[in-house]
Write a protein that binds this ligand. Structure first.
Ligand code: ADP
Length: 188
């Protein structure tokens, strides 16, 4: 099973990805998590990405495409994977198409988790406070990330709809219900 989870920050992509990892026994590939690990490890890539992420902008396509291409070659991705937070631009989606074609692989589905912007601001700002956490989980940066989503990532909905891969689920329902709808959408 090769899936993409698409949706704005706070829509529940990470939460659902973790549940699907257990259900299907395939890894979650979160470019955000990989970048945060690189920051924590103070690698050159992490150091370069930190400032960009802290202000809510996107890291360059070249960097994230490289991360994903390398990650897809790992043995645990053989049975499939769940992409969470990638692709985020049309250029990334095109690069992913090329990578998958080169590896002889195809996507099964792209799940758009739809969410209401005001609810997202609430959710993410409280996540930032509770976890004492992510530098980019404050209201100002979140609004920036939502704008970036609308401008650069939302066009992927039409991109994947055109390919017949898009499934839409309502991300405002309870976690278990969203999971059930994702499973139904992919025929499980
Ligand atoms: P969220 O879904 O809450 O926005 P992520 O963990 O997916 O959080 O991403 C956090 C930040 O990491 C993004 O705002 C961006 O700076 C960077 N990032 C993650 N994935 C990508 C990507 N595919 N392209 C560019 N930047 C990315």
């Amino acid at each position: 099973m090769r899936l993409i989870l698409l949706g704005p920050p706070g829509a529940g992509k990470g939460t659902q990805a973790k549940i699907l990892v257990e259900a299907f026994g395939i890894p979650q590939l979160s470019t955000g998590d990989i970048l945060r690990s690189a920051i924590a490890a103070r690698t050159p890539m992490g150091l370069a990405a930190k400032e960009i992420m802290d202000r809510g902008d996107l890291v360059s396509d070249a960097v994230v495409n490289g991360i994903v291409s390398e990650r897809l070659d790992a043995a645990d991705c053989k049975p499939g994977f769940i992409l969470d937070g990638f692709p985020r631009t049309i250029a990334q989606a095109e690069a992913l198409d090329t990578m998958l074609a080169d590896k002889g692989l195809a996507l099964n589905a792209v799940i758009e988790i739809k969410a209401d912007v005001d609810v997202l601001v609430q959710r993410v700002v409280s996540r930032g406070k509770e976890t004492g956490g992510r530098a980019d989980d404050n209201e100002e940066v979140l609004r920036k990330r939502l704008n970036v989503y609308t401008e650069q990532t939302a066009p992927l909905v039409a991109y994947y709809a055109d390919k017949g891969l898009l499934k839409v689920v309502d991300g405002m329902e309870a976690v278990e219900q969203v999971t059930a709808k994702i499973k139904a959408a992919i025929g499980n």
